[in-house]
Design a binder for this molecule. Structure first.
Ligand code: UGA
Length: 439
């Protein structure tokens, strides 16, 4: 099929490349000239495993092209995917939906034949209904220009796998015609076993924020347990393993650590709280404020522990930090707890040398004053404390022997609960972690 993808950021670039890979003809619409030129050369402006190869192959075959013109997009395809960003508004907790509104207002006047516009961006519930009215009003095709909502659940680091093998396909539709078009479009995934949930526009919008709110709640739940474990000498990893064996609870997203970050979970729960307030159901969603507070407190607690581990004063202390991205297999530092902790230690007077396998450049753009190292060992040079803050696999390969002659003091803090603390302790290191006994 011929499709357009409007907005070629993380979601859009992935969707465009993956759909072209499946054999569709794709026209990507991107208003940022730098990003558009990069994509048109077959390059990807962020790190996502496998995406650069898939996108450049799709551009090479001619099945994926880019434009900045809504007229081109409307002439090219009758199925349009809206993938623009909905960041947190600078003034409040709300999501800023201006890019979605601008896209629909830009596209609609060119829709002079039947078309389906499919929103994939994460939006506050009620947005799709408003957009349908805009579409009907501005499109020459009138009611033949339809809107559907099809939220995306891809995770950074697994974006291609999640796009090509989604664990569910949610179709928010106003009538059966839109459902038919989308079922045909997603036939390879549906035939492959991805379950389909067909619902209305509002439910489809809510499914996405509810899923992210649940995941955030799970993480903050286990992080709250970590604090209780620290107060009682209990072990949060054993606790998570034990409760996770209950299928009703499940072990995934129960890893205690420095908390969640990124461009989605933090802003989505805030936007949800804000929207609930507008809808008069703020009390029902007020627990999400606690989820956010627990998450913020995790970061602050790590700064306190780090300060205590270097003897109570950051001034004059040297700290080596492993990891800047909000999670491994990503160079994304948006709301990254690792970079936040590193930044606070620096502001508190410590010398901070940080290393991330992929995110040094993006972190340096956001926080230039830190010292950026070329390797984990270099980050640890002369350190009075090493902090492990993003769980890249390469950090697990490092042994005490690699660092014994590099650091000033043998002290390690594992902010992600994946290092073998016993191995470090038996080599003479002081090793601590979130929610685990000091032994
Ligand atoms: C999240 C959701 O998982 C996706 O389903 C969703 O599509 C996406 O947001 C989105 O809204 O676009 P993502 O932001 O890529 O995906 O990252 P996650 O894998 O959810 O991780 C979020 C944060 O939680 C990371 O900082 C991670 O380190 C942290 N985390 C995760 C924990 O602290 N503990 C865990 O057990 C799991």
């Amino acid at each position: 099929m011929r499709i357009s993808v409007i907005g070629c950021g993380y979601l859009g670039a992935t969707h465009a490349a993956a759909m072209a890979d499946l054999g569709h003809e794709v026209l990507g619409m991107e208003t940022d000239p730098g990003r558009r030129a990069t994509l048109a050369r077959g390059e990807v402006p962020m790190y996502e495993p496998g995406l650069a190869a898939m996108l450049s192959a799709a551009v090479g075959t001619g099945r994926l092209r880019f434009t900045d013109s809504y007229a081109d997009v409307a002439a090219f395809a009758d199925l349009h995917f809206l993938c623009v960003g909905t960041p947190q508004s600078p003034e409040s907790l709300a999501a800023d939906v201006s890019q979605v509104v601008t896209a629909v207002e830009g596209l609609a006047p060119h829709l002079d034949r039947p078309a389906l516009v499919v929103g994939k961006s994460t939006v506050p519930v009620g947005t799709a209904q408003r957009l349908s009215l805009t579409l009907a009003e501005l499109a020459p095709a009138g009611a033949e220009a339809m809107l559907a909502w099809n939220p995306e659940f891809l995770r950074e680091g697994f974006a291609l796998q999640d796009t090509l093998h989604p664990d569910r396909i949610v179709l928010g539709v106003a009538d059966g015609r839109a459902e038919k078009v989308l079922r045909d479009f997603y036939a390879p995934m549906i035939d492959d076993g991805s379950p389909v949930v067909v619902t209305d526009l509002a439910t489809a919008e809510l499914v996405k924020v509810a899923a992210n709110a649940f995941l955030a709640t799970k993480i903050s739940f286990v992080n709250a347990m970590a604090e209780v474990c620290e107060a009682t000498g209990a072990d949060v990893v054993d606790l998570a393993d034990a409760i996770g064996h209950d299928d009703r609870i499940g072990r995934r997203f129960l890893n205690a650590g420095i908390g969640f970050g990124g461009g989605c979970l933090p802003k989505d729960i805030r936007a949800f709280v804000h929207r609930a307030g507008e809808l008069g159901v703020e009390d029902a969603m007020s627990f999400l404020r606690h989820v956010d507070d627990i998450n913020q407190r995790q970061r602050e607690r790590v700064v306190k522990v780090a300060t205590a581990m270097v003897g109570g004063r950051l001034d004059g202390a040297q700290v080596g930090v492993w990891g800047a991205a909000f999670k491994p297999d990503s160079d994304d530092v948006r709301d990254s707890p690792a970079l936040w902790v590193a930044g606070q230690l620096h502001l508190g007077g410590a010398g901070v040398r940080i290393y991330d396998p992929r995110a040094n450049a993006s972190a340096a753009r956001v926080f230039p004053p830190l010292e950026y190292a070329e390797s984990a060992v270099e980050a640890a040079r002369g350190a009075h404390l090493v902090l492990h803050l993003t769980e890249w696999p390469e950090f697990r390969e490092i042994t005490p022997g690699d660092l014994d002659d590099v650091v000033s003091r043998r002290r390690l803090f594992d902010g992600r609960n994946v290092l073998d603390l016993d191995a470090w302790r038996s080599a003479g290191w002081t090793a601590r972690a979130v929610g685990r006994p000091e032994r």
